[in-house]
Design a binder for this molecule. Structure first.
Ligand SMILES: [Zn+2]
Length: 279
């Protein structure tokens, strides 16, 4: 993407990448969460130029299938495959269980070999209340596939299929998966029910301790408690790695004390998946 449209209050402006990177640091921070694709209007992000010579760029994780700005890339193709796969799972299964520990495969669409303690998919025969045997088809899904499919607009976000998060805790998919733009905050952490929030990261603060979504501008995601574990796991080394990254996390959403900003607090360091933008 060479240009991006910025809608900031009443101000609407189309920036070229050259023009945007010339802005002051303050203006870049001010406008970067208000960018969208000039063609498909997908929420967009700005990536600074890297110290090893990669140029500054605009991008979007949300280009529609036909958007000329999107183009195809191995990452986008993988995401689309995951969306098809997840749609198939939804139509074939009664229950989907989330495996927080499966990193999924980066380079191929083949199902990843799992450690022997987890089951890839099982057909359980369970007794119903009436005493007859009924087949319950349970599928196990890793976080990468869940995130990729949501970002490519799979049916998961609107589905009534039951998702098991911990043994025994089941949610309807449409109540569990929430894009950052639709997140509703409770008054306090104590009142908040955990959900799986997802979207794209616009940028982090300088210390890489707070993540700001590109989907909206009223949410902050503090990660300082879990930073080193998360960065090791997802190979995040610098702020640029987070710019435009896809993210899903299990956590609680509540207002800060001044009620000016929604906080999404991560449950623990395992319940997050970050997909760094590859292009
Ligand atoms: Zn687009």
């Amino acid at each position: 993407m060479l240009d991006a449209k910025c809608t900031y209050g009443e101000e609407v402006c189309t920036y070229s990448i050259l023009g945007f990177q010339e802005l002051s640091e303050t203006d870049i921070e001010k406008y970067r969460q208000f960018l969208e694709c000039t063609e498909c209007k997908g929420k967009a992000f700005f990536r600074k130029k890297s110290s090893d010579g990669k140029g500054a760029c605009f991008g979007s994780r949300y280009h529609t299938e036909n958007c000329g700005e999107g183009g195809s890339s191995p990452q986008r193709e993988r995401e689309s495959r995951h969306a098809v796969e997840v749609n198939q799972i939804i139509s074939d299964s009664n229950l989907v269980s989330i495996d927080f520990f499966s990193l999924g495969s980066k380079s191929s669409s083949e199902p990843k070999a799992r450690p022997s303690k987890s089951k890839p998919s099982t057909n359980k025969t369970s007794k119903t209340h009436s005493g007859t045997n009924k087949q319950t088809r349970i599928k196990v899904l890793g976080m990468e596939k869940v995130l990729n499919s949501l970002m490519r607009g799979s049916d998961l976000a609107e589905s009534s299929i039951l998702i098991e998060v911990d043994n025994g805790y089941k949610y309807k998919a449409k109540n569990l998966f929430v894009n950052f733009a639709d997140a509703e905050a409770s008054d306090s952490s104590k009142d908040a029910k955990p959900k799986m929030y997802w979207g794209a990261i616009s940028h982090s603060d300088k210390e890489l301790e707070w993540l700001n979504p590109s989907d909206c501008n009223d949410i902050g995601i503090p990660i300082y408690k879990h930073k080193s574990i998360i960065f090791d796991r997802f190979k995040v080394e610098k702020g640029r790695d987070l710019e435009g990254a896809g993210i899903i996390l299990f956590g609680k959403c509540f207002w800060n004390s001044k009620k000016t900003r929604k906080i999404i607090e991560l449950w623990n360091s395992d319940r997050i998946f970050i997909s760094i933008a590859e292009d």
